[in-house]
Design a protein around this ligand. Structure first.
Ligand SMILES: Cc1ncc(COP(=O)(O)O)c(C=O)c1O
Length: 391
């Protein structure tokens, strides 16, 4: 019997749940793109995008997804033959590196596997060995959405500096911006990329690149007119923000989403994500006392607050996801970038989520484990509710 009629919960790690105010803001006739409200609204986004990244760096907006932001970051800084160091804690940073390689950049990779964060000591050693300063930029992901490993970005800056190396530090915050604390200026990040469809709660379609003066000065010859961040960040004409027609409705949606973040307060947004993540982990700690289910990252200090990746063994990941979706209306994330993919699943707890949604998701997974006869420890919902109660 299906119990799924009712409001569905898309608990995948992006695109995330869209707030009604965002949808309502987008539900409008096409605005005048030549003058007036849309111009003012677009200009108003910039300081709020800087605030959410805790930076005074410039920001360029692209009509695109996270991959577009990746390419923009590389195109503006790299020349063919330059070298970058990829710090891999899952498939996403490797993907960013592959994109760089496709642009003619030499890519070196330190791979830390799927379960642990970057070891900053190894980065220092590696950089210290690069006496000639060949590496122009270090590419890191704050949260790898496949593994849910979270990296300490400030520690990476310190590791590069400890080697006395001038490299730029690039951070992919596509899965973490507006969820996990990120302080671009204080942590010494030169370029940061994000999309609008996760912590920023807006339908997929906008990519962002924040860049400081050092990154801008590093300009290479890969830049082309569409990707050039300069006119986008300092437009003299409105159309330069987007190098063409504005993504009109996304801008209204993003405005509403940033207003939600402002109204809640960034610190509270981070605290809410942290508490909800702890709620999820408390349930997993109980489930995993018996049977195959385990969180992917053992050490809570290195876990994302936006997504939890779990291993359950093939084909139970797909069976559990299908049961949750078809019986209860809860869509969980697939085992992306893992093999076999059906041995994994992920829960997105990013953006517009609250405690009753998380408790509902956990209750659904608990029921699914029972319905499918998957061995698991008991008491998960009790443990999760204790975390919520402690708030
Ligand atoms: C950490 C990370 N980087 C990059 C991407 C690629 O973003 P997009 O799918 O929007 O192109 C994603 C998407 O999930 C991501 O989570």
């Amino acid at each position: 019997m299906s119990l799924s009629n009712g409001r569905a919960y898309l608990a995948i790690p992006g695109p995330s749940v869209m707030p009604d105010v965002v949808l309502r803001a987008m539900h409008r006739a096409s605005p005048n793109i030549y003058e007036g409200e849309l111009h003012d609204l677009t200009a108003s986004l910039i300081p709020d995008l800087q605030a959410v990244a805790m930076t005074t760096a410039k920001v360029a907006i692209y009509i695109g997804n996270g991959h577009a932001a990746w390419e923009a970051a590389l195109a503006n800084t790299m020349s063919r033959g330059d070298a970058v160091l990829v710090l891999a804690t899952g498939p996403f940073c490797i993907g960013w590196g592959a994109m760089a390689a496709g642009m003619g950049v030499h890519v070196e990779t330190l791979d830390f596997g799927y379960n642990t964060p970057v070891d900053a000591g190894r980065v220092t050693e590696y950089r210290a060995a690069d006496k000639a300063g060949r590496i122009k930029a270090v590419l890191a992901v704050q949260v790898d959405t496949s593994t849910s490993v979270k990296n300490d970005i400030a520690a990476l800056r310190a590791a590069v500096d400890a080697a006395g190396h001038p490299a730029l530090l690039f951070a992919d915050c596509i899965a973490s911006l507006g969820c996990d604390r990120f302080e671009m200026d204080a942590w010494g990040v030169d370029v940061m990329v994000a999309g609008c469809q996760k912590g920023l709660m807006t339908p997929a379609g906008l990519g962002f690149v924040w860049f400081n003066a050092k990154a801008d000065a590093a300009r290479g010859d890969c830049v082309t007119s569409y990707w050039d961040w300069r006119p986008r960040a300092e437009p003299e004409q409105f159309y330069q923000y987007f190098n063409g027609t504005a993504p009109t409705h996304h801008l209204y949606g993003l405005r509403a989403a940033l207003d939600l973040i402002k109204a809640e307060g960034l610190d509270h947004v981070f605290a809410r994500h942290a508490k909800l993540a702890q709620t999820v982990w408390a349930a997993f700690d109980c489930w995993s006392t018996t049977g195959p289910l385990q969180m992917n990252v053992a050490d809570a200090a290195h876990r994302s607050h936006a997504v939890t990746s779990a291993v359950i063994g093939s084909p139970l990941g797909d069976r559990l996801r299908n049961w949750c979706e078809h019986t209860c209306g809860l869509t969980l994330g697939i085992g992306l970038g893992r093999a076999p993919a059906d041995g994994y699943f992920r829960i997105g707890h990013m953006g517009h989520v609250n405690a009753q949604m998380i408790m509902g998701a956990l209750g659904t997974i608990d029921a699914g484990l029972k319905a499918l006869d998957i061995p698991h420890g008991r008491g998960a919902l009790e443990a999760a509710s204790n975390v919520v109660a402690s708030a």
